[in-house]
Design a protein around this ligand. Structure first.
Ligand code: AHR
Length: 513
């Protein structure tokens, strides 16, 4: 009888285009395990129109409202997003950046050539004070990426002293001369970036040795025990990199090891941002979902050398990477942002949340006008991308208690290949409200999901959804609000059962009370 019912259901689902999924919401595995808010971090590099025109338009700009040169519209949007941390000044740029070029009177700052990104002239008008004051404005913690490829240990050590030392020292004196009395107390420090590539093409054991030297002098000048040093991590599936770093770097010198992974189809044939094919969509999502395997394998290595979980996995570059928008500078990495990007964001953030025992920080690449941006600007115009909306919907998880959500998902198939269509994650916030985020990446099929909430005694469910007519849709400067979250009516509570109907390529956040 049961079998008959099941096959009838399968027949019904395949005829109607619905796929059936099941889930179970568990009690916290560890009541102290939180989804770190820093998983929702961002990244701002001196690249294309990220800083200049994106964040910063200059103090003298009368056309675009700004505070000390930083766009007010951007500040408001990023405050709503609850940006917990912002990584700067790179990326590859970080290993060419000499921070002393960016302090002092702006008209006396030297110009340099941004050799990684378009060969443009950089006038250093946005420097350390500008960035750290902007972080204060945003309520975000700064994450400074230090130069270890073309900068000496002394230079990095001086930077730490310049921004963090409260007492009297040559560097704190210089800071005060430049108008800032109190230190900013920067906690997050990257020691180099992509040391296996643009950061010096180093071998892992060589980098590990260099790291030990540099990290020794990224010191806590006030002895408050608060610095968080992040080693330049593996390129995607380079597990040997993580192995060598975890083996060779003493645990008293490291708080985080990075990982970079972009959702890219093929580095030599990335495909268009807009007007992508079904195959290209599938391949992008395959690359995005590969994050799960990457985290499992890198954390298994970390577990071997650090079973106490002292060292965090920091995915400080992730996101979709396509061909630049036609007609734009190839070195500026400017791309539009479609519902495909919303799918990458929703699925990837679920993966990070579900690995919050080791993933303590992540940074979407990048915040404005570069790669998978949350904001695009065009002179005085600004728009919020579908990715922005996903990150805003998911911010309910920031610092909330992690609730394990077991899901059995239907497949999203293309040719002979398949991916799980539905992903999800859950948490309980400080007010006792439970949130579940779900993403259905299937571009054609709705997915029904039945979640056993196991006696949680919820009285109500409400939600919001991000969806659109076509997976190709995006917000443009002519139609900036085409895609935005709407109220969601597709979730019903019946006793212990939460039933959710997810439309094709949609992201949903549910609130259960
Ligand atoms: O985010 C763009 C670039 O991608 C970064 O500068 C670099 O670290 C990575 O290769």
């Amino acid at each position: 009888m049961k079998k008959k019912l099941l096959s009838l259901m399968v027949l019904f689902c395949s005829l109607t285009g619905y796929a059936q999924n099941t889930g179970k919401l568990n009690a916290p595995s560890d009541p102290n395990l939180k989804i770190s808010r820093h998983i929702y971090g961002h990244f701002a590099e001196h690249l294309g129109r990220s800083i200049y025109g994106g964040f910063y338009v200059g103090e003298d700009n009368t056309k675009i409202p700004n505070t000390n040169g930083v766009r007010n519209d951007v500040v408001e949007a990023l405050k709503t997003l609850k940006v917990p941390n912002l990584r700067w000044p790179g990326g590859c740029f970080a290993d060419t950046y000499h921070w002393k070029d960016g302090i002092g009177p702006k008209d006396q700052r030297p110009t340099i050539v941004n050799s990684w990104w378009g060969g443009v002239t950089e006038n250093n008008s946005f420097g350390t004070h500008d960035f750290l004051n902007m972080c204060e404005l945003l309520g975000a913690e700064p994450y400074l990426a230090g130069n270890m490829a073309t900068g000496l240990v002394q230079e990095l050590s001086d930077w730490v002293q310049y921004v963090n030392f409260a007492g009297d020292s040559p560097m704190s004196k210089l800071r005060r001369e430049n108008g800032r009395d109190k230190p900013w107390n920067v906690k997050f420090w990257g020691i180099g970036n992509e040391a296996w590539g643009c950061g010096g093409n180093m071998a892992p054991d060589y980098y590990a040795n260099e790291y030990r030297k540099y990290a020794t002098f990224v010191a806590d000048w006030d002895n408050s025990g608060g610095l968080f040093r992040i080693a330049s991590g593996a390129n995607s599936a380079d597990y040997n990199w993580t192995e060598v770093l975890m083996k060779n770097i003493p645990k008293n010198l490291i708080e985080g090891v990075a990982l970079h992974h972009y959702s890219v189809i093929d580095w030599n044939k990335k495909g268009p941002t807009r007007g992508f094919s079904e195959e290209q969509y599938f391949k992008t999502m395959k690359s995005a979902l590969f994050m799960e395997e990457l985290i499992n394998k890198h954390t298994a290595i970390m577990e071997k050398y650090d079973p106490q979980h002292k060292v965090a996995l920091v995915v400080d570059e992730w996101g979709g990477w396509y061909d630049v928008e036609p007609g734009t500078n190839p070195g500026f990495l400017y791309q539009q942002n479609t519902m495909r990007d919303a799918m990458i964001a929703g699925a990837t953030l679920n993966i990070f949340n579900n690995h919050c025992d080791r993933v303590k920080m992540a940074n979407l690449a990048q915040a404005i006008n570069v790669l998978q941006a949350v904001i695009l600007t065009e002179d005085e115009k600004m728009l919020l991308t579908p990715t922005y909306h996903v990150m805003e919907m998911y911010n309910v998880h920031q610092d909330a208690t992690f609730l394990p959500l077991e899901l059995k998902s239907a497949d999203f198939t293309f040719g002979n290949e398949k991916l799980p269509a539905v992903s999800g994650s859950a948490s309980r916030d400080q007010q006792g409200v439970t949130h579940i985020t779900l993403t259905n990446i299937d571009p054609k099929k709705s997915n029904q999901i039945s979640i056993d909430v196991q006696g949680s005694k919820f009285k109500s469910v409400s939600g919001r959804i991000l969806a659109s007519k076509s997976i190709q849709d995006y917000n443009s400067f002519d139609n900036p609000n085409k895609i935005k979250p709407a109220n969601f009516k597709g979730a019903k509570l019946r006793g212990n059962n939460l039933n959710v109907e997810l439309p094709p390529f949609s992201v949903v956040v549910l609130e259960l009370k």
